[in-house]
Structure formats: structure tokens, C-alpha cells
Design a binder for this molecule. Sequence first.
Ligand code: ADP
Ligand code: MG
Length: 434
Amino acid sequence: MNSAEDVWAVVLELLKKDLTTVTINTFFDEVKAVSITGTQLTLMVPTEFKKNLIESRFKGYIVKALSELFSGEFDVQFIAAENFTPEAETSSVEQDLDELYTFKNFIVGSSNRFAHAAAVAVAEEQTRNYNPLFIYGDSGLGKTHLLYAIRHEVKRRHPDYKIILVRGNDFLSELITAINTGRNLEFHEKYRSADLFLVDDIQVIAGKHSTEEEVFNTFNTLYEAQKQIVFTSDRPPAEMKTLAVRLRTRFEMGLIADIQPPDFETRSAIVQNKSLQLGLPLSDAVVYYIAEHMTANVRQLEGAVKKLKAHRDMEKTEITPAIAARVIKDMTISTEYEPTPDDIIEETAKCYGFTSEELKGKKRDTGVVLARQVAMYLVRQILNLSAPEIGSIFNKDHTTVLHSINKIASEIPKSQELSITIKDITTNINSRGN
Ligand code: ADP
Ligand code: MG
């Protein structure tokens, strides 16, 4: 056990002593172990915001687990993926992903055959008609993988091409900064010069009216210059309701390819493949057990294999179907639980560093007010109580409640920080049911 990924898998396992599985899944799902040198593990986190969040809340736990694992002092360092601009493409992080997310490593089955074939056709320039190529599907089904694979292949064929791969969110914030600082032209220049333009999770631009014009212009310029564009999204253009019609039409002009959840056969092949990659030979019985019981997505299958490997490394035992069953049970969350208003208030308070009493009380500092508004919003969202009912819980009149709920609802689309926080609180609330 020596690669950063292996170490990280064991650390995740050790963290279970201190943190709930849901907390671990929520916060560390998108964390990638990048490298391990001397006595330092480097982890990549998608955004600066998440990086700060994880650093402040969990660094201590991670260091503790590492020190336990290596029986000595060990440190962890975090980097935010969004700080890697396309110019920094040669960074080791990007290269790692480049090596990992290739066509070679992508298992093809009936659920993703079409999207895979389309991605290959674009990467091999078999046609110019698939422009833009729009790949959509639920989370964890391989969209990002295919996007990187396209880049990998095009880079191999055309080392001189300027390839830009950007996450939809980063593209948006860059654009907003450009607009606010009057650097629209620079922004245009940068993107207009791409030979291949790849946007991961384009759905985030839906509903951002202030930026749609610029987004449209950028795509149009590239399209008219016959440069290949590829988008991934969690939904098809037709379901991006708030998207300006001409943008949606633009997205639909090329080829739309969906990825569905993998069928049993593909799931088995993926488990088999990932376990071999990790040096963890699994018996057919275990492979089938996992493929049978984890049906949602590939990320989850991969997670199960990594957890089993961590288990094997720590316990030094062969993996049996019974062990697999236990690990899988740990990973699936019960959905039947219904929280009480107090559960919701408590989780919200905890997240913002207040007590439930403070949230239900009269204090009016900015921090408490925001936390209180979020709690009201969540009580409404999750339990669908009326404004007077919520008012009686928080000792406020119903107009204050309505104002609070509306305020948060209108802030969410504008603030990534707020929407992530709310997602986290919701996950924590749900995890109380376990
Ligand atoms: P998405 O972008 O659709 O949310 P990802 O591309 O990030 O999903 O995939 C999640 C994980 O599952 C990644 O580690 C990826 O390599 C892996 N994965 C997804 N589909 C496949 C596949 N068909 N074969 C091998 N690995 C896959
Ligand atoms: Mg993705």
C-alpha cells in the first residue's frame, strides 16, 4: 500500500471512527488523493470554497488518521482544483486525471455505448457533425470521464492544439469576474482561441440570465469557426427550462447522447476491472454480490471496491460476500426517516456554530439571522409546514417567516456557498435517520 489513492482509501475507513458515513460521503466524495511524498499527503478538492470548508472542519481528523496509519507524524495539504487554470494543464493533478480517465479505462456497456461511441468519434475527428456533442446523465455515470478521455485522445493526435477544459461553474465565475472588471474582451479572446472546447457540467449556466448573452457569443464564435465543442450536463437541453431558447437550440444542433445507469453485466465488468486496477482480486461471488446490490452509479461501485481494499489492507483477510455485504450496507442511506423541526434546527445551528436556542431566540447579529432564515427555509422545504406553523416554532410572526423563506430561496441561485451549505445541512439531517 503506497499510492496516494490507497492511503486515502484507508484514511477514509479510519475516519469512520470519528465521523458518520454520510458526513464522509458528503464532504469527501469529490476529494481526490493526488500525491504522497515523505510525510505529506496532498488532496485535491473541487473548489476553493470546499477546500476551506474541509480544511477548517476535518483537517484535524485526517491528520490523526494519517498519524495512526503511519505510526508517526504525518501532514495533509489541500489544493483546490479550480485554481488550476487551463494554462496549468501540465500540473501533476491534471496529468493524473488524464491518465486515469481514458477511453482505455472506460468500460462500455449498453447503458453508455452510444455516448462512448460519440465521444470516440469526436476525439478521432470522424465527423464534424457532432457539434456540439452534448452528453448528459445522472451523477457518477462517467460523463467527466468521457470528457477527459476526449481531451486525452485529441492531445495525443494534435499536441499543438489549444484545448480548453473547464467546469461550468468555473467558466461562469470567470465570466462574471470578467464582466464586473470590464475584461469581457480578454475573456472572449481566451476562449475564442480554443481548437477544442470542453465544458463539464454546463447545466449550471441555466437561469443565469445576466451571463447568457456572453455565453452564447462565446459558443457561437467557436461554432462558426468549426471548432469542436463538447458539453456534459446532468440533464438534456430540453429540461434546462430556464435556458434562453436560442442557447438551448444551439445545444441541440449537434448530437445529444445520454448515459443511463449501468446494467448488471456492465456493473460486474466495472467492479472486476476496478478491483484488478487496485490489486484486489475478488471472487466471482463477491463481484456479483456488489453488482447485484449497488445499482445507482459507477462512482458508488468504485467506492465499494476501494472500501473493500481498505478493509483487506487493514484486516489482512480475504473479502467474502459477507464482508462485502457489510461494507455495502454502510454505504447506503435509509430514506424512510422523517426529521422533526428540532432536528432541522439543530443541524442548521451546528453548521453555523450556534445553538438551537439561539436560532429560536431573538438575537439579531448577521450570522444568527442568516442561520435562522436557513433553518426556516429548510423546515418549509423538508416538512412543508405553513408559515404560521413555522412562526410558532421560531417565535416569529408569519410575515417574518415568509420573508425569510423567500430571501433564502432567492439567494440560493446566486450563491454557491449558500447552496452548498444547504445541501450539506440537508445531508446531515438525512443522516440522522441511520
Ligand atoms: P459523472 O461526471 O457522470 O458524475 P464521473 O465521470 O466522474 O461521473 O465518473 C465517476 C467515477 O466512475 C469516475 O472515477 C470514473 O472513472 C468512473 N466511471 C464511470 N463510468 C465508468 C465506466 N464506464 N468505466 C470505468 N469507470 C467509470
Ligand atoms: Mg462529472
